[in-house]
Design a protein around this ligand. Structure first.
Ligand code: ASP
Ligand code: MG
Length: 423
């Protein structure tokens, strides 16, 4: 049966990372059973911090800073050329990298963003596919913007699964397909041939969609952590690995802000009961975390999840009457239209507060909310969710922190906390 592997940017940030991909791919090929539709679909992100660097290129160009944009672009190309050379590949011979920045000043920012930022995944997959081929692995490179059809919602494109599934299945079931296919995460494409992106960190989602279309036996996300931990090791000193989770736990964790998997990843897998493994790329034989319908859920450890860069917006009626029912639909209509991501909601007799990700969409939304309500807000906040907790643990978490708002149920606490300098 088909297997899907996904490697994130940190796993392919240098030549050693690419060699490690080769090692993991070889291990998979050894394990494959000789079934007709066997194969390994490898989904790869941009190398290291390339996506951030490409974002700066578009921002510079948008601000008319062409020289800075070009310098940044050249740095990105040089970074990839250096990795290629270290891997024994010849730039210009083995791979021809895109020369010019695919930017058109007459187009809107978001459309340009997708054309430019998508180059990170195009480059990383070209390099890795050619490298694997040169190592004697039978591999094919797929240009996913031609296969995964989306609408024109730049930077957060919506996938048309019906069209995509049939195109991708046809490609996969083709006679003489090599065992390994390497393709880009995070990207899609429109019917008129433009590249789109699926939202930052969207490669996990791509892997899940492909697994769904191909009825894969499993998806493995290879990461620089041992699996899903009960807390972020950069924040909490004593973390433990969670070996098994149910789909619903994983959804809740990623919704609360856990960085391990993209929130959209679970649904396509759950629909077909495809298990998801999160494994350390430095130790491919390790068990990692398994997420599936029959997972057992976290056992006896509190789970700490931080969602950073939050803004708490509070709405109050302009006159004294606050008809909650009427206001709610109005508020959420505005929030939805402005693509805000709500992480928490709280209401009182006279106010409604929402905690949302503090993105560029927030200020136009506040402007519109202001027309209907008295709006106040606090930014520089984080949302801390503690699952499977106890009153003592909650008290400890609160100590020394400024708590703007807290919601607790029997087993879960959610604290909106002021971001401290040292976090
Ligand atoms: N390269 C993209 C990003 O950094 C997608 C991904 O890594 O999942 O957002
Ligand atoms: Mg990335």
């Amino acid at each position: 049966m088909t297997r899907v592997y996904k490697f994130g940017g940190a796993s392919v940030k240098d030549a050693a990372g690419v060699r490690n991909v080769e090692r993991i791919v070889r291990l998979a090929l050894q394990e494959q059973r000789p079934l007709t539709n066997d194969g390994l679909m490898v989904v790869i992100s941009a190398m290291g911090k390339t996506t951030n660097a490409l974002e700066r290129v578009v921002e510079f160009l948008d601000a008319g800073k062409e020289e800075q944009a070009l310098n940044q672009w050249v740095d990105i190309i040089d970074f990839h050329v250096a990795i290629m050379k270290e891997l024994g590949l010849q730039p210009g011979v083995d791979i021809r990298l895109q020369g010019e920045i695919p930017y058109d000043p007459t187009l809107p920012f978001d459309e340009n963003y997708d054309q430019v930022v998508s180059m990170g995944e195009i480059m990383s997959t070209q390099i890795i596919a050619v490298y694997l081929l040169k190592q004697g692995i039978s591999v094919e490179w797929w240009n996913i913007p031609k296969l995964l059809r989306t609408d024109h919602t730049w930077r957060e494109a919506v996938v048309d699964s019906e069209t995509s599934a049939s195109v991708i299945r046809a490609g996969w079931n083709r006679a003489n397909r090599p065992q390994v296919v390497v393709t880009q995460g995070f990207l899609g494409g429109t019917a008129d041939g433009k590249r789109t992106t699926l939202g930052r960190e969207g490669s996990d989602y791509t892997a899940a969609l492909l697994a769904n279309y191909l009825d894969a036996e499993s998806v493995t996300i290879w990461k620089d952590v041992p699996g899903i931990l009960n807390a972020d090791p950069r924040i909490e000193p004593n973390t433990v690995l969670i070996p098994s989770l149910r789909y619903q736990d994983a959804v809740e964790l990623s919704y609360s802000g856990a960085q391990v998997i993209h929130p959209k990843t679970i649904r396509p897998l759950q629909n077909k009961e495809i298990p998801l493994y999160v494994k350390p790329f430095g130790d491919p034989e390790a068990a990692g975390t398994r997420i599936a319908a029959d997972g057992v859920g976290p056992v006896d450890v509190p789970i700490y999840i931080w969602r950073k860069n939050q803004i708490l917006i509070t709405m109050r009626a302009k006159d004294f009457a606050f008809a909650l029912e009427e206001s709610l639909s109005e508020i959420f209509d505005i929030i939805h239209r402005h693509r805000l991501k709500v992480s928490l909601i709280q209401s009182s007799a006279v106010t409604i507060s929402v905690c949302v990700d503090n993105t560029r969409f927030v200020s136009p939304a506040i402007e519109e909310l202001n027309k209907h309500f008295k709006v106040s807000y606090n930014d520089h906040l984080s949302l801390l969710t503690i699952r499977d907790t106890t009153p003592e643990i909650i008290e400890n978490a609160k100590a020394g922190r400024t708590i703007m708002l807290s919601q607790t149920t029997r087993r879960t606490a959610r604290l909106v906390v002021k971001e401290e300098e040292n976090q």
